[in-house]
Design a binder for this molecule. Structure first.
Ligand code: KG4
Ligand code: ZN
Length: 301
């Protein structure tokens, strides 16, 4: 990786407790051109030195996607460079290649983000087979909702991660979602936390909150690891990737190492490349064909 710049919208959305699509799009429009300039300066590059421009075409918020693709098309025309539309989910997997250029498919990937919880088999560059996914909430969404119930700000995942460090999961144990096959479900766990908080009434101490955060994290990570373990049994892989925003979670990073063990080589991108970033889109664009730039908010694998 040569250079990567991130403009965080955490402060922008934090006030509202979640992403406000129109504000997100307006902020993209304002900040993207400056980021492009900044990253070129940081890399010490002129537009001439670029091979191609990668841009997310989905899945995601339609307003933000349209602004990104519009800017990329404009830059492509001005600089006479090809523009490659990239699948955001592929981007998360390709983030793993930034630190390990030798990493290549076939590989097993667990992609855990704010909107996805997918176990995928990557057959070759640009070809993915979904082995299992969530039936309801994504792991990141579950963390964010649990964090809100525990009175933590947005984004909830990192705050819950920090709170859980001072807690003991056994003191407030919550059920671990159990589904057949390689599917996930986190909405029942969310309800279990809601009821537990209700049962505790007004008596929730700081220690209880930390214990509840640890218990919630234990159940989510436990379920993720159980399915990763089963997937590895079914599809013996030599390479395993755990990626997406939730792969920044402290407990998940530790447990993934234990579960994969000596069975395969595990790659988890560094923290700043787990949560959304431009470098992962550039990495995916390196391997993707120069394909269509159709914006698709619901794009799948
Ligand atoms: O991949 P990502 O940045 O955006 C999407 O594509 O959705 O993932 C964001 C999700 C959020 O739900 C956020 O709370 C979660 O990743 N997240 C975490 C941690 N850091 C980010 N969840 C648990 N522990 C963390 N340390
Ligand atoms: Zn993402």
């Amino acid at each position: 990786m040569v250079a990567n710049l991130i403009h965080s919208q955490e402060a922008l959305h934090g006030e509202f407790g979640g992403v406000v699509p129109e504000l997100a799009a307006r902020d993209h429009l304002e900040k993207l051109p400056g980021l492009v300039d900044g990253v070129l300066k940081k890399a010490g590059q002129e537009p001439d030195g670029i091979d191609r421009i990668g841009v997310t075409r989905g899945p995601g918020l339609v307003g933000c996607l349209l602004i990104g693709v519009g800017l990329a098309r404009g830059l492509g025309a001005a600089w006479e460079k090809p523009v490659v539309g990239v699948n955001h989910l592929w981007g998360h997997v390709y983030a793993a290649l930034l630190g390990r250029p030798d990493l290549s498919p076939p590989l097993l990937a667990l992609v855990v983000s704010g909107a996805h919880t997918d176990l995928v088999w990557m057959l070759e560059h640009g070809r993915f087979e979904v082995l299992g996914r969530t039936r309801d909430d994504a792991a990141g969404e579950a963390f964010d909702k649990a964090a809100r119930m525990l009175g933590l700000g947005y984004p909830g995942g990192p705050a819950l991660d920090r709170l859980a460090r001072g807690g003991d999961a056994r003191r407030q144990a919550l059920p671990k979602p159990a589904l057949p096959g390689l599917e996930f479900s986190f909405s029942g766990l969310k309800t279990a936390l809601l009821y537990r908080l209700r049962d505790l009434g007004g008596e929730v101490t700081e220690q209880d909150r930390a214990d509840l955060a640890a218990a919630f994290e234990e159940s989510v990570v436990g379920a993720l690891m159980e399915k990763l373990d089963q997937a590895l049994d079914r599809r013996p892989a030599t390479e395993v990737v755990v990626c997406g925003g939730v792969a920044a979670n402290t407990l998940l990073r530790r447990r993934a190492g234990e579960v994969v063990g000596a069975r395969a080589r595990l790659t988890i991108p560094p923290l700043e490349l787990c949560t959304d970033n431009g470098a992962m889109i550039a990495a995916a664009a390196t391997y993707a064909p120069v394909n269509d730039l159709t914006v698709d908010p619901g794009l799948g694998w």
